[in-house]
Design a binder for this molecule. Structure first.
Ligand code: AMP
Ligand code: TRP
Length: 338
């Protein structure tokens, strides 16, 4: 019999449009890796509710994200795509893990420090966020977790949690590794912060050619290049970084040389970039338009995904309960009654 494929798990929050940071940092890898692994991809709505959200908008956000992931190339005959809250075992395992996770480790997380510094009243959800993430991964015994660089720290904590739980209740969970692709971190169009839905500096994977151009046109370039004839430094220009992700070797060399010698203006450079981004995203956008005509297909993918995920999750939780002595009352041994 063929050896079973190793497990892979990753998650993405339904908190806005799928953007090119998600695509380059994570989803493009998921598409490539779905063939090598028994892969689970999860729309993590329970993570998304740790930030302000509108209940009426959540179902649409989940649907749109599922559609975007399918359009980007996840193939439900190769991998399992599902919604986190459809599988309640995620929450149960997260609770169990709160009892082995040191508070100090949670407070040390960069994402927690970042998010809590922006909130007046800090809610426990953003502190416990990585515990739920560890539960997501370990529920499926995943060994590989493809993510952008910002999540590597959470995967390290997942290993610690697995290790602590195993130390107390016996070897059961693997210690998963983050798989970070070539593109570790995509900056937003402001050229300052990581591209992120919460900052609003994104280009959406499903945006139209006009929308993409309208966003690129005013985007920040090398601040030293004030006039057309000023030479620039491509290494400090965020749009040049995007050329590296979306353009051919030839176009990259053209932009590099043209910027240094002021042979081309920023607007020409942006025009070419815009064409290349539009070209790379075109097949994804076309598939998305097709899928929009078949919403019942998208819903069925999520339903059958949840069924597959549940089958694994239920087994894990019953073993966790068994090892922790959390089963419904069993008759005490006879000697104890006497
Ligand atoms: P999120 O949208 O925060 O749920 O992130 C989903 C996935 O996209 C995670 O693996 C992130 O690490 C990755 N990701 C999000 N933003 C970026 C970015 N600006 N650059 C690279 N990867 C990113
Ligand atoms: N925290 C991740 C993010 O913000 C999303 C996520 C939730 C995740 N659970 C996960 C990623 C499990 C990898 C594995 O991007």
């Amino acid at each position: 019999m063929a050896k079973p494929k190793p497990r892979m798990f990753s998650g993405i929050q339904p908190s806005g449009e799928l953007h090119i940071g998600n695509y380059l940092g994570a989803v493009k890898n998921w598409v490539a890796l779905q063939h090598q692994y028994d892969a689970f991809f999860c729309i993590v709505d329970l993570h998304a509710i740790t930030q302000p959200f509108e209940p009426e908008e959540m179902p649409q956000q989940i649907f749109d994200l599922a559609l975007g992931l399918l359009a980007a190339g996840l193939d439900p005959s190769k991998c399992t795509i599902f919604v986190q809250s459809d599988v309640p075992e995620h929450s149960e395992l997260a609770w169990v893990f709160t009892t082995v996770t040191p508070l100090g480790e949670l407070k040390r997380m960069t994402q927690f420090k970042d998010k809590s510094s922006r909130q007046e009243s800090v809610l426990a959800g953003i502190l416990n966020y990585p515990i739920l993430q560890a539960a997501d991964i370990l529920l499926y015994h995943a060994e590989a977790v493809p993510v952008g660089e910002d999540q590597v720290q959470h995967i390290e904590l997942t290993r610690q949690i697995a290790n602590k739980w195993n130390g107390r209740f016996g070897e059961y969970f693997p210690e998963p590794q983050a798989v970070v692709g070539k593109v570790r971190r995509v900056l937003g169009l402001d050229g300052q912060a990581k591209m992120s839905k919460s900052i609003g500096n994104t280009i959406g994977v499903l945006e139209s050619p006009d929308e993409i151009w309208e966003k690129l046109r005013p985007a920040i370039t090398d601040p030293q290049r004030k006039r057309r004839n000023d030479p620039g430094n491509p290494n400090v220009c965020n749009l040049f970084a995007l050329h590296r992700h979306f353009s051919s070797e030839e176009d990259i060399a053209w932009a590099d040389e043209g910027c240094r010698t002021a042979g081309i203006g920023c607007i020409e450079c942006k025009r070419r970039l815009s064409e290349n981004i539009i070209e790379e995203l075109r097949p994804i956008r076309e598939r998305a338009l097709e899928l929009q005509q078949r919403p019942e297909y998208v819903i069925e993918v999520l339903r059958s995904g949840a069924e597959r995920a549940s089958a694994v999750a239920v087994d894990t939780i019953s073993e966790v309960r068994r090892r922790m002595g959390l089963h419904s009352a069993t008759a005490p041994a006879k000697s104890e009654v006497e």
